[in-house]
Design a protein around this ligand. Structure first.
Ligand SMILES: [Zn+2]
Length: 329
């Protein structure tokens, strides 16, 4: 939990939103299950954290926040090891709900998006439909849009769909050794053949056909969270993937995976590391200070300044990137 909280607290746009108390005007007291209690507890925790950020051995008072997150997601009861990415998903979802600008549920749209629209029109329509229900500072910052293309190998017809994402879960192409982060993106966006039992129905042929399926990124979020699948279900029996995933701290260029024209260079500012095994692991975080740009290592209650050279330790599990140039937007 702490590694994720440290990465979030060093997210500059979020830091400002919380510490300047802008969020208080956005609290959703109607459709949110928590009626603002979660974001208030998160805000108090962030303030405590930053107020004491110059104390070398600060110990955070996480109990009030913990009790709220457990009310929202009872599965986080207790103090056993939790999966950092799973925790992050629940936390972002809960915080988003607490400041969702949609304060009364609109009537659901039951019609499909018109298939005759161009891909970019479809993407905009899908995004508009998403925002009708989910619209908050957290959506502004963290949510992107994924394009998936299903192409019939018989008639060539392509059916395109667009889905929002809060993070990208990337497969790791090797069980050991070292791979580049780009190799994980390559594998994630690689065309997959759906044949045999998996054959989808082609809307043009009106029957099940062999198809290819591929992903690309339609809309790049301002904050991109990348989760490395070290514990995927198929790996669960074989243990954790200890592959070193090599990444550079600045200037990650994701344009090869882009479906549109949006800017897509990212700088890293946070890493949740996992060391050890699936059952007895330990989380630490490396974060770049949002104002001084200095890197810090957070290990339980201990905080140390660290060299940027050491950020790429081989134990990265969840990576936090910020769109280059977005800090001053
Ligand atoms: Zn077809």
């Amino acid at each position: 939990m702490n590694s994720v909280l440290q990465c979030l607290s060093n997210t500059r746009a979020l830091h400002d939103y919380i510490l300047r108390e802008e969020y208080t005007a956005d609290i959703n007291t109607t459709t949110s299950a928590m009626k603002g209690a979660l974001i208030k507890a998160f805000g108090a925790l962030m303030c405590d954290l930053w107020k004491r950020s110059d104390e070398p051995d600060r110990v955070l008072t996480t109990a009030p926040f913990k009790s709220q997150i457990q009310r929202f997601a009872p599965r986080f009861m207790g103090y056993q090891q939790q999966d950092a990415q799973e925790f992050l998903r629940y936390l972002l979802e809960g915080l988003h709900e607490d400041v969702n600008r949609v304060t009364s549920r609109p009537k659901p749209i039951t019609t499909d998006i018109d298939d005759s629209l161009s891909a970019s029109q479809k993407s905009m329509e899908a995004w508009k439909r998403f925002l009708r229900l989910e619209n908050s500072k957290f959506v502004d910052l963290f949510v992107g849009q994924l394009k998936s293309t299903l192409r019939c190998t018989v008639c060539g017809h392509a059916s395109v769909t667009f889905d929002p994402f809060w993070d990208l879960s990337l497969p790791i192409p090797s069980r050991s050794g070292q791979v580049r982060l780009q190799a994980c993106f390559d594998l994630f966006t690689k065309e997959e053949v759906l044949d045999g039992d998996e054959k989808p129905t082609c809307s043009k042929c009106q029957k099940r056909q062999k198809c290819t399926k591929s992903f690309s990124i339609q809309k790049f979020p301002r904050i991109l969270v990348v989760h490395l699948k070290r514990f995927s279900p198929q790996e669960r029996f074989r243990g954790k993937l200890n592959t070193t995933v090599d990444f550079s701290v600045n200037g990650l260029d994701l344009s090869p995976y882009s479906a549109g024209q949006t800017p897509c260079r990212y700088n890293l500012y946070g890493v949740a590391n996992h060391s050890g095994t699936l059952f007895s692991g330990h989380y630490t975080a490396y974060c770049r200070h949002p104002y001084t740009a200095e890197w810090y290592e957070y290990n339980d209650s201990r905080v140390h300044v660290m060299n940027q050279r050491n950020v790429n330790s081989g134990e990265a599990y969840v990576l936090f990137f910020e769109l280059a140039g977005s800090t001053h937007v």
